[in-house]
Design a protein around this ligand. Structure first.
Ligand SMILES: [Zn+2]
Length: 100
């Protein structure tokens, strides 16, 4: 569980954190409400960059090493990309206070 930046209670699950999106051009913002203090949290704008890097890395890896006819290769590449994305979200991206 992750700490709420408002009240310091561990009220956010990893799944909730993963679903959060900062407000950017093509991506609709997604926030979460703390169960304890009912305040809104989100993730910083730069979490988009991490997401993009994962996607680009995945595309590069996929186009150079992957045999698209091999379904296991495709599944592995997707799993790999998604795992990196989740780990970076878990370790790097903090929850921040969101002010409407
Ligand atoms: Zn809270």
């Amino acid at each position: 569980m992750f700490k709420c930046p408002h009240c310091n209670q561990r009220t956010f699950s990893f799944r909730t954190k993963l679903s959060l999106k900062p407000n950017k051009l093509f991506v609709p913002r997604k926030t979460a409400i703390c169960k304890s203090c009912k305040k809104t949290v989100s993730v910083p704008y730069w979490s988009i960059i991490i997401e993009m890097c994962c996607f680009v890395a995945f595309v590069i890896a996929a186009s150079s090493y992957m045999d698209y006819r091999n379904k296991i290769d495709v599944a592995l590449a997707i799993t790999f990309g998604f795992t990196i994305y989740m780990v970076s979200y878990l370790l790097i991206v903090p929850l921040i206070k969101w002010k409407e």
